[in-house]
Write a protein that binds this ligand. Structure first.
Ligand code: NAD
Length: 496
């Protein structure tokens, strides 16, 4: 009889779970040289999950030396692409074999529902790794047209040592978006997970070793902002790929400039606009998608549709549908597979979001929610919250990174596009209409890296680049274009 994977099952599994809390450097798990650790708590109920090695200068230096040595030794960069592919696929297969354990770790570490980590976070990270593994022996260089007395080639070479600094909202997935293309391209990688969610990254390091990824090619240095700062200043790191806040992105750019001008790639925040025109083909579906766009993962999503722009003539009917749809996102116990949302990441984030809600109560009209929820004692649970407001309010302009939606009414298509673009961010946008001409105008006019039409958050497929315009960052994760971040192009010109 197949086992029923209900909340009791996941609770029982979580009591038996072994947690790896050491750094992974040069192919081995190691503690910090001074024995320093930091506590990692589960947002579900506040219980301590582990005391994790706190990496500082000595560990960062060791990881950089291991990564540099592995790169120069050529045991990875100089493999035939199909050999790198085989090793990465073995690693992905091991992750698949441990998918349940990884999903449970991710839920315990982040407070997101087990239904999400089993269906989205872990499978998507594995898919990303497989996708780049499959790509690596299919990319070719170029032979440009030139003077017939010459033969010229343009080849891709790995940059060298890549550091990846990632956030806590999708810990393994955001890490995979960096390490998969970087490793596929032949680089050595040092991954620094967020101090709030380091456990899945530490677990997969051991699986990399089991898969035969050579020593020093993949390293994990858990730590906080100071650990990240040391990486950003390190003179022997060639490239730093970052996902996180704009404030930290700016510091990293400055540190890169002040050290060795390492290449810096930034995936930052967003305040994405979701525009619903009066001729939207299916108002109910659009309302359900609008709720999912901002309340999934408790709103802790960089591309969350946190600004809903609704054409005035349908606003009343649409908001009625939206309020109905939003009620499905009340938080539940993250270990219960029936829960659609769970806990925010920690008390600091909870207080930050509560602050924005209090601000919203003063500057806008509260339509739904606005309070905390008692789900599991010691956790950080919030009601889905909706405000009717205008574009000038702070909740409509600033990234809240929580389950808070601002609804703004507009009259004409051009007003909607102007409102959507009146933001320093430009990560994503969505547009709902039945008019092909309007769709074309909107998709060209919206200054965002992704534009969804008559859907939201659909097709996060590896074939599509993901990243932002303006202060949402530079460069793109995913797709063949991600390889550009982790490769140098070399022109070789031969006189024949
Ligand atoms: P954060 O910027 O606070 O932290 C991100 C990472 O940077 C963590 O690993 C942290 O330890 C590290 N860090 C902190 N200070 C540092 C410093 N001075 N130097 C180097 N590293 C440092 O962000 P967060 O709170 O973890 O994540 C939330 C932010 O991430 C939001 O703004 C969100 O929009 C953004 N995000 C963007 C994307 C995207 O793809 N564009 C995806 C997920 C999250």
């Amino acid at each position: 009889m197949p086992q029923l994977k209900d909340a009791a099952y996941w609770r029982a599994q979580s009591t038996d779970l072994l947690v790896e809390a050491r750094a992974f450097i040069a192919g081995a798990y190691v503690g910090a040289s001074d024995g320093e650790t930091f506590a990692v708590h589960s947002p579900i109920d506040g219980r301590e999950l582990a005391q994790v090695a706190l990496c500082r200068g000595p560990e960062v230096d060791r990881a950089v030396a291991a990564a540099r040595g592995a790169f120069q030794g050529g045991g990875w960069a100089e493999l035939m692409p199909r050999q790198r592919k085989a090793a990465l696929l073995r690693w992905a297969a091991l992750m698949r074999a441990h998918a349940e354990e990884l999903a449970l770790l991710e839920t315990l570490d982040t407070g997101k529902p087990i239904g999400d980590t089993t269906a989205v976070d872990i499978p998507s990270a594995i898919y990303c790794l497989e996708w780049f593994a499959e790509l690596v022996d299919k990319v070719a260089g170029e032979v440009p047209a030139c003077d017939p007395q010459f033969l010229g080639t343009v080849t891709r070479e790995p940059v060298g040592v890549v550091a990846a600094i990632v956030p806590w909202n999708y810990p393994l997935l955001m890490a995979a978006w960096k390490f998969a293309p970087a490793l596929a391209a032949g680089n050595s990688v040092i991954l620094k997970p967020s101090e709030k969610s380091p456990l899945s990254a530490l677990r997969i390091a051991g699986l990399a070793r089991e898969a035969g990824i050579p020593e020093g090619v993949f390293n994990v240095v858990p730590g906080d902002g100071e650990t990240g700062r040391l990486l950003s200043l390190h003179p022997h790191i060639d490239c730093l790929a970052f996902t996180g806040s704009g404030a930290v992105g700016r510091q990293i750019s400055r540190n890169a400039a002040d050290s060795n001008l390492k290449r810096v790639w930034l995936e930052l925040g967003g305040k994405s606009a979701n525009i619903v025109m009066a001729d939207c083909p299916d108002l109910r579906r659009a309302a359900q998608a609008a709720a999912a766009a901002v309340f999934s993962n408790m709103g802790q999503v960089c591309s969350a549709g946190s600004r809903l722009l609704v054409q005035r003539s349908i606003a009343e009917a649409f908001i009625a549908e939206l309020l109905e749809a939003a009620r499905a996102y009340l938080p539940g116990d993250p270990l219960d597979p029936a829960s659609v949302t769970g806990s925010l990441i920690d008390d600091a984030q909870y207080q930050r979001v509560r602050h924005y809600i209090e601000l919203g109560k003063r500057e806008a009209r509260l339509l739904l929610g606005g309070e905390g929820c008692a789900v599991v004692p010691g956790g950080h649970y919030l009601q889905p919250t909706i405000f009717a407001t205008d574009a000038s309010s702070r909740i409509a302009r600033e990234e809240v990174f929580g389950p808070v939606l601002s609804v703004i009414e507009f009259d004409e298509l051009d007003d909607a596009i102007a409102l959507a673009n009146a933001s320093e961010y430009g990560l994503a946008a969505a547009f709902w209409s039945a008019d092909l001409g309007a769709i074309r105008r909107a998709s060209r006019g919206l200054r965002a890296g992704t534009v969804w039409v008559n859907c939201y958050d659909e097709l996060l497929d590896m074939n599509f680049p993901f990243g932002g315009f303006k202060e949402s960052g530079n460069g793109r994760d995913n797709s063949v274009h991600a390889l550009d971040k982790y490769s140098e192009l070399k022109s070789t010109i031969i006189r024949c």
